[in-house]
Design a protein around this ligand. Structure first.
Ligand SMILES: Cc1cc2nc3c(=O)[nH]c(=O)nc-3n(C[C@H](O)[C@H](O)[C@H](O)COP(=O)(O)O)c2cc1C
Length: 217
């Protein structure tokens, strides 16, 4: 499965099978995490036993409590930390999808129970539930390309492809509060229109856009 195929297949999954992730798959996830931590200057961590990370009432009601494992999204405190977590964390989410796993970004989780290693200069931004889903998730409502993008002049095909993939990006509460603008001089701008975890959303959206537009090296 390519990354592009993973974008189409991925949906938030909140109900997991009572099945641990196999060691060789864990090794692959950890190797990917090392690569992303290096590229993004982050401290993402795979935590094999999610334990009581998702023991909040809301998580229990949504089903996330069944996730066997969790990715702790940690990094050094910085203004752009949330956006980098979104940009690099989503690469891990898509990679997990290619390995046959399912995931759900989760802003509501119990930080104390996460069991992540967090340095004094670091911060836990968010968690990602990971495991084998009971199902593959569902398609959801989406804004239209016109609602989330703006172009000065003609719309090139690569830009439309990028916007199409950005619309498949997960956002907190499916808020899709972003605007992608193509300026007259051909620059792409990503604008945060606010909301819960919207900088993480913007990082995720940016990565999806780049895959769609074919602009990654
Ligand atoms: C930054 C962020 C935070 C999220 N927080 C939660 C959460 O706390 N609980 C939850 O059940 N889902 C959470 N989600 C999952 C979104 O609700 C889900 O991605 C969105 O509804 C879009 O659906 P999709 O992922 O199937 O495309 C979060 C997603 C993102 C990107």
């Amino acid at each position: 499965m390519t990354e592009l195929e993973a974008i189409f297949k991925r949906h938030a999954v909140r109900n997991y099978k009572d099945k641990r992730i196999e060691q060789d798959t864990i090794d692959k996830i950890k190797a990917k995490i090392d690569e992303l931590n290096e590229k993004g200057d982050l401290h993402l961590q795979f935590i094999e036993d999610a334990g009581n990370t998702f023991n909040r009432l809301l998580n229990k009601a949504m089903g996330l409590g069944s996730a066997p494992s969790v990715i702790a999204c940690v990094g050094k405190k910085a203004d752009d930390l949330d956006q980098r977590i979104g940009y690099f964390g989503e690469q891990l989410v898509l990679y997990a999808q290619t390995l046959g796993l399912n995931t759900c970004w989760a802003g509501t989780f119990n930080k104390k129970n996460l069991g992540a290693a967090v340095g004094d200069d670091e911060k836990v931004v968010i968690a990602i539930a990971i495991g084998y889903g009971e199902h593959q998730g569902n398609e959801r409502k989406s804004k239209t390309a016109d609602q989330v993008s703006e172009v000065a002049g003609e719309r090139p095909e690569w830009f439309d492809n990028g916007v199409e993939m950005a619309l498949l990006a997960p956002t907190a509460m499916n808020q899709q509060k972003f605007l992608i603008r193509l300026t007259e001089d051909g620059k792409v701008e990503f604008i945060n229109k606010g909301g819960f975890y919207s900088e993480v959303d913007l990082g995720i959206v940016k990565y999806h856009f780049e895959v769609g537009a074919g602009r990654l090296e």
